[in-house]
Design a protein around this ligand. Sequence first.
Ligand code: SAM
Length: 270
Amino acid sequence: MSYNFYVVATPIGNLSDISMRAVEVLKSVDYIACEDTRVTRILADKYSIKAKLFDCHKFNEKEKSCQILDLLKDDKKVALVSDAGTPCISDPGSTLIKTLYENGVKITSVPGACAVTTFLSLVPRDSEEYAFIGFIPRVKKQQYDILDKYRYTNCVFYESPNRLMDTLLNIQEFFGEDKKIAVARELTKVFEEVKIDEVKNIIKYYRENTLKGEIVALVFAQDKKEDSNEFIMEKINILKEEGYSPKDISKIISKLYNINKNKVYKMVIG
Ligand code: SAM
């Protein structure tokens, strides 16, 4: 089956991480819509890709969608790429794809590198389930909302190196210093690094070491068991036997398991 429009994944660091089909397709098309033509030019030169490059980024995507439609109506072949990885994954492209679907264009994807899937393939997990939220919001309250919403799911996000420390401190404040997380930096590149540890140790590590480059991170899912009433009651009884006061028990349990203090207090006295 032949298509006229292709969504093509490109490398996320190592320029060799591109499929043979992706190179064939990029060589076969007339035009490549790029997030930044200077970035794609490097890839095009490496693989002797001669297609015409033009920019299509978040600030001009709407108007470029119309131009791309015209090219396709003119029987030209067009591919969409982003600076790195898979277009439309925390990258521009969705507006264009929507316009093309609405106009009945046959679209196919040429899959390849993506920072989320590359990262997940390196992180040992107990469950297949995960939530990918793209770039985590900057505002602490919004981060808390996300951490709360996905507390029982492995939660993956992109973050910039400048903001990672604040985000780690917020995770520590929200879940406690023992919360297990994973952080990867510069995947597929020379200084690739993956750290899987308690948040306090990762904070310590990045206070002592370089925090530069591209980052993807995961907050491991909280075990549902830890929140169940039976589990909490079990812990309350242990502390009661040790002679702790109801006030101290609610303080300790709410801090350890991030549960509302009044809720714990009611369980202690109830
Ligand atoms: N479309 C891309 C993909 O498929 O992964 C993501 C584009 S998004 C604008 C760029 C963000 O992805 C970076 O800021 C970083 O959080 C993450 N990222 C991209 N390349 C990465 C790499 N080599 N190592 C770690 N994270 C990476």
